[in-house]
Design a protein around this ligand. Structure first.
Ligand SMILES: C[S@@+](CC[C@H](N)C(=O)[O-])C[C@H]1O[C@@H](n2cnc3c(N)ncnc32)[C@H](O)[C@@H]1O
Length: 302
């Protein structure tokens, strides 16, 4: 199947349950979390900016939380999936944030040259088959001197570590279930298919999830690709090692067991543990190789 078509099918299918599956919320806590990612890329506080575009905006996780955090009052967003855009529109309406949404491919943007002061993205580059074309388009729609920050992209090493964690957590929860272990005050019930995507047993979506995750990145190579598209400055930071290990273990457990095992107490416990692990990552970043960290944040200047 064509990779773009797969992306549309997968994200349309996943859209309704996407925020719940990825624990996406729109509140001050999440706004601070999103802001910290973009400020890591910027290396300074998030600027007061003119026209801002988010590519692959999905349900609005990044731009709507930046709006909630007072960093923008209106935003432009595009995504290849109409299903994701419908949820984004609904979220924006509920939050009272003005968004201008377009169903569009990041490799062929429907905007004029130099239209945006800032372009942002979160967890989108790894879905794009032709990165060179996408960087070319981002460059074209940015005004000279404009900046682009794209966060939440998987690093090669981080991805390898995550794979080991997912396998180990998968075996662990299966063994625990066979031994009659309990979670949420009930015996652990394993799902027939781990619900990778939607929290239900939609096997087609689960298969597609492997197809649409096209890239993992070596930070230096990604910067080089961006520079070749014309960007004057291209640099990368990374984040999340302990928090990524914990996060993938939690997600593997949640996608392996029945919904009745996942209580609200578990969800809050998992979230608080994740926040503590993120604080630990701040220290680890000083001592460990940066490419071990899972999430890459790319900063570009035209
Ligand atoms: C992992 S989701 C991230 C969504 C959102 N940015 C977030 O962080 O929650 C990736 C998004 O990229 C979109 N996408 C995939 N391929 C695309 C393309 N070629 N052009 C624009 N958007 C694309 C998907 O539809 C999806 O909404």
């Amino acid at each position: 199947m064509d990779l773009k078509e797969a992306n549309i099918r997968f994200h349309d299918g996943a859209s309704e349950d996407y925020d719940r599956k990825w624990a996406i919320r729109f509140d001050q806590d999440m706004a601070a979390y999103v802001l910290s990612k973009f400020e890591l890329g910027l290396g300074r506080p998030f600027p007061r900016t003119g026209k801002l575009l988010e590519i692959g905006c999905g349900t609005g996780f990044a731009m709507l939380n930046l709006g909630l955090g007072g960093k923008l009052t209106e935003a432009w967003g595009c995504d290849i999936s109409r299903g994701m855009l419908d949820i984004c529109r609904r979220n924006a309406e509920e939050l009272g944030i003005t968004v201008h949404l377009e169903c569009a491919d990041a490799e062929c943007l429907p905007y004029g040259d130099g239209e945006f002061e800032m372009v942002i993205g979160h967890a989108v580059l790894h879905h794009l088959p032709d990165l060179k074309a996408a960087f070319g388009e981002i460059y074209r729609v940015m005004r000279p001197g404009g900046i682009c920050v794209i966060a939440g992209e998987p690093t090669l090493r981080g991805h390898q570590i995550a794979r080991v964690v997912k396998k180990t957590a998968g075996w662990g929860i299966k063994a625990y279930a066979r031994l009659g272990g309990r979670l949420g005050k009930r015996r652990v019930v394993l799902r027939k298919y781990p619900a990778i995507v939607s929290g239900d047993d939609d096997h087609e979506l689960q298969e597609l999830e492997h197809v649409v995750d096209i890239h993992v990145f070596k930070p230096r190579e990604l910067c080089e690709t961006a520079r070749r598209a014309g960007f004057r400055v291209a640099r990368c930071e990374t984040e999340e090692l302990a928090s990524s290990i914990l996060g993938w273990a939690i997600r593997t457990v949640e996608s392996s067991v029945g919904e009745e095992n996942i209580t609200e107490r578990w969800c809050w416990g998992a979230y608080n543990a994740y926040k503590r692990a993120r604080r630990l990552d701040g220290y680890l970043y000083r001592w460990l190789p940066h490419d071990w960290f899972y999430n890459l944040v790319l900063y570009l200047e035209k």
